[in-house]
Design a protein around this ligand. Structure first.
Ligand code: NAP
Length: 392
């Protein structure tokens, strides 16, 4: 039996795969968008090289993974009858991490987040009816809390149907949680709500740059249109990934919903810019919150320009509501399960920005080694790869 995982080619999904491979014996059924088996493997290597060297990666793929080449938006993921039956029969828990994070697109959020999650829930129902499902874990977001200002939000009072949402992403993720509760009442289920996931507290490398780029743009400004004592809830990907894996694998987690966040331990903008100024020898910005209005107009205008600045501005425009709301998400539950607090952003923000700037906000991905055979016998592949690597 295996864990069915969606989103393994994404940023957070790679932490889940690596955490499950290295910490647990379970087999994984991975949903991957690809035309061929080899393309699927190469796409996995692109995301997993953040965590593992190639020979180790290849060994795990060959011995612990079954790839299902499919798409969340296809009926039964677009799998043929035999494959779909094999997926139902061999899945004993589900970790649904894939989503569209395109905050501007109603269409993408509707198709991937709503229709896609419904497909995953239907798989859960079939597995539950066939042989029972140990757990259904759904990766959601703190954005389901809707429009907020100056609050510490608790897990159980986060969803308020009378409240407006900032964007289609938040709205569709909120309804996904509702579907899980309504359609899987008889399956043990867990909802994970990460805050802003930025970087890894143990190393500067990242494969996801959208939020880094928005922060980089802010970090370059001599004047910030923010309140210096506002808090921003940022959490490192290694903490989020570690928590999801650990709680998904627990026999009986203590709660049904977890904020994966820094909570009241979140830092203020002033704490962050002071730390960056100290580590980078940069000038401290001046804070002028009254500039918020003109600033957002300028960002809107710049967002229509091309190039890196235009792209940074368009990201800032999309993320702005989450930077300006001075709202944090209580994390007592996850700290109870993990026995540790997430690392402070100021500790690893500078190396993360340096890595991102040096690499022009693009991960310097290594290609699939030509020395490795594509698909076939696992031992043969590893032997061949090692031999060719030795002979240069
Ligand atoms: N990053 C954050 O700051 C943050 C914060 C809060 C919550 N979250 C939640 O965390 C989860 C993962 O986010 P992430 O940052 O890791 O995003 P990501 O890097 O963009 O990864 C998204 C994953 O979803 C997959 N996917 C998208 N559309 C699909 C489709 N139609 N069929 C199959 N797979 C599809 C992508 O596959 P392809 O590689 O084929 O595109 C990719 O593997 C999401 O549920 C998100 O809502 C993230």
């Amino acid at each position: 039996m295996a864990i069915f995982l969606t989103g393994s080619t994404g940023y957070l999904g790679s932490y889940l795969v690596a955490g499950l491979w290295t910490g647990y014996p379970d087999r994984l059924n991975l949903l991957v968008r690809a035309k061929t088996e080899q393309e699927a493997r190469e796409r996995l290597w692109q995301s997993l090289q953040l965590h593992l060297e190639f020979p180790e990666f290849l060994e795990y793929v060959n011995t612990r993974v079954r790839i299902f080449r499919g798409d969340l938006t296809g009926e039964r993921f677009g799998l043929d009858d035999d494959e779909y039956r094999a997926l139902v029969d061999s899945t004993d828990s589900i970790l649904h991490c894939a989503a569209s994070l395109n905050r501007k697109s109603e269409k993408q959020c509707l198709n991937v987040n709503l229709r896609g999650s419904l497909e995953v829930i239907q798989l859960a129902r079939r597995a539950q009816n066939h042989h029972g499902l140990r757990r259904y874990s759904h990766v959601s977001t703190v954005a389901v809390a809707g429009k907020r200002q100056n609050e510490v939000v608790q897990e159980d009072s986060s969803i308020d149907w009378a409240r407006s949402d900032y964007d289609p992403y938040a709205r569709t993720k909120k309804f996904c949680e509702h579907m899980v509760h309504q359609l899987l009442p008889d399956v043990p289920h867990t909802i994970f709500r990460p805050a802003i996931v930025l970087g890894d507290s143990r190393k500067p490398e990242t494969t996801q740059f959208d939020m880094v780029q928005a922060f980089n743009m802010l970090a370059r400004l001599p004047v910030l249109p923010l309140r210096p004592d506002d808090k921003v809830d940022i959490v490192p990907a290694n903490y989020v990934g570690g928590a999801i894996v650990k709680i998904h694998q627990m026999e009986k987690p203590n709660y049904g919903i977890y904020h994966l966040s820094s909570g009241t331990g979140s830092q203020t903008y002033k704490e962050l810019t002071d730390a960056l100024a100290k580590q980078g020898g940069w000038r401290r910005p001046s804070y002028q919150p009254w500039l918020g209005g003109p600033f957002s107009k300028t960002v809107n205008w710049m967002a229509f320009k091309g190039g890196a600045v235009g792209y940074g501005a368009s990201l800032l425009k999309v993320f702005w509501p989450y930077l300006d709301w001075n709202t944090v998400f209580d994390n007592s539950r996850v700290m109870q399960e993990m026995g540790e607090v997430p690392a402070k952003f100021s500790v690893y923000a500078y190396p993360l920005l340096q890595f991102s700037r040096t690499n022009k906000f693009k991960y310097p991905a290594k290609p699939w080694p030509a020395a490795a055979l594509s698909v076939g016998n696992a031992d043969e592949q590893l032997r061949s790869f090692a031999q060719k690597a030795r002979s240069g």
